[in-house]
Design a protein around this ligand. Structure first.
Ligand SMILES: C[S@@+](CC[C@H](N)C(=O)[O-])C[C@H]1O[C@@H](n2cnc3c(N)ncnc32)[C@H](O)[C@@H]1O
Length: 389
């Protein structure tokens, strides 16, 4: 069956955050709010396909890892009928997502429940696309290293096999700005999720990450505040760019935003990495880097820094993923979280947001979180804790 949907994929339990970010971006870039998406599981949104929305998702959405144009769906449970369904669909498909001479690669998302192995699914999908395209007179080849179109096959939550074009040409989480990773970097899209969960408003909040490591949260917060585009784009040729006629693809959506973001760490090497990363992200002027121990942090110093920049620090957000025990034993970690809590609770009028994988955090930090939400960073399962100080 030929389908026409935009699939936005992210980390588990982030549907609401992704939908909220995409809606805000679409209103700004396209002047319209997207329709309510269908939720396929807890980390996937499915919209009716809309080239403008697809462009916004690929270029500006920071909380997602993939944006896929769903093209075909088959309820086949074996390889042969899957091949037959796909060949017929590709041959009958008038959309120009494939051009004569294009090379494709085929990857799978989640196909573990299918009755054949991953490599067989890849082979079947590849053959079906090549043969279906040939019936339309298109010569299509396979080039896993430099494809024009990244095809991805995955099982949907209703059990159908969905085949689509990965519009970002791979993970959207890799933005291209990270050269130096630091010891325990946060994945970029997870940092963006934290910024959304912390409800960072660059017009009124100072954002402070006092354990910034390689700077992921600070840099992503700056990029989000300014609506920076993700470059380069890997959009397939069939996308109609007309809906974005007024928005050049390399435009900043909120180019007039002037956020105050502070990244601090006690580790000099981490700060050097963070500065280097910020330069590559073209965010040097938007983040202030400081060396210091978080347990010595003083709200008055932050207020003075803000005043130097013509801002007030009455409202702010401390957003961080603190160390979780890679270097400290549990007793030291409890003491550290306790000291961190004491410092943070001194930031009256501010909010806090922490991604933590260590169970000791909540009790040692003190106070009652306003949000406690399961959230993972890659394989590390943890929680996001939100506070009002
Ligand atoms: C889990 S890492 C943060 C990773 C960071 N979000 C990134 O993306 O690279 C924790 C950071 O806390 C810093 N840190 C640990 N103890 C600290 C302290 N007392 N004061 C300031 N920074 C500290 C470490 O140097 C490390 O960079």
């Amino acid at each position: 069956m030929i389908v026409d949907r935009l699939r936005v994929v992210g980390s588990p339990l982030t549907n609401k955050v992704m939908a909220g970010e995409l809606s805000r971006l679409a209103v700004r870039a396209l002047g319209r709010r997207p329709p309510e998406p269908r939720k396929a599981g807890t980390g996937t949104l499915v919209y009716p396909f809309d080239p403008g929305l697809a462009m916004v998702a690929c270029s500006y959405l920071r909380t997602a890892t993939r944006a896929v144009w769903d093209l075909y769906a088959s309820s086949a449970t074996r390889l042969e009928p899957l091949y037959d369904d796909l060949v017929a669909d590709v041959a009958a498909d008038a959309r120009c997502w494939l051009r004569d001479g294009d090379a494709i690669s085929v990857a799978t998302g989640n196909v573990a429940e299918f009755a054949a192995g991953e490599r067989q699914v890849v082979g079947t999908v590849k053959n079906a696309i090549l043969d279906g395209a040939a019936r339309r007179g298109l010569r299509v080849t396979v080039d896993p290293d430099r494809p024009d179109v990244h095809v991805v096959a995955r099982l949907d939550d209703d059990g159908s096999m969905v085949v689509g074009a990965d519009l970002g040409g791979g993970s959207l989480s890799q933005r291209g700005w990270r050269r130096a990773a630091g010891a325990a970097p946060l994945r970029e899209h997870v940092a963006a999720v934290l910024v959304m969960l912390g409800r960072f408003d660059p017009r009124r909040d100072v954002l402070l990450d006092p354990m910034c490591g390689s700077g992921t949260i600070a840099i992503e917060a700056a990029l989000m505040a300014r609506g920076a585009p993700r470059l380069p784009h890997g959009l397939p040729p069939g996308l109609d760019l007309e809906p974005l006629a007024d928005t050049r693809r390399d435009d900043y959506l909120f180019g007039d935003a002037d956020p105050l973001i502070i990244g601090a760490d006690r580790d000099l090497d981490a700060l050097i990495a963070a500065k280097d990363n910020a330069a590559r992200a073209a965010m040097t002027g938007h983040v202030v880097w400081q060396r210091g121990d978080v347990t010595q942090l003083d709200p008055d110093d932050i207020a003075a820094l803000a005043a130097d920049r013509g801002k007030t620090a009455d409202h702010g957000l401390i957003l961080s993923n603190p160390p979780y025990g890679e270097r400290l034993d549990d007793a030291d970690l409890r003491l550290f979280y306790g000291a961190l809590g004491d410092v943070c609770h001194g930031f009256r009028g501010w909010r806090g947001g922490f991604l933590v994988v260590n169970e000791e955090f909540e009790r040692a930090f003190g106070g009652r979180p306003t949000i406690k939400k399961p959230l993972s960073n890659g394989n590390l399962r943890g929680y996001f804790f939100g506070y009002e100080f």
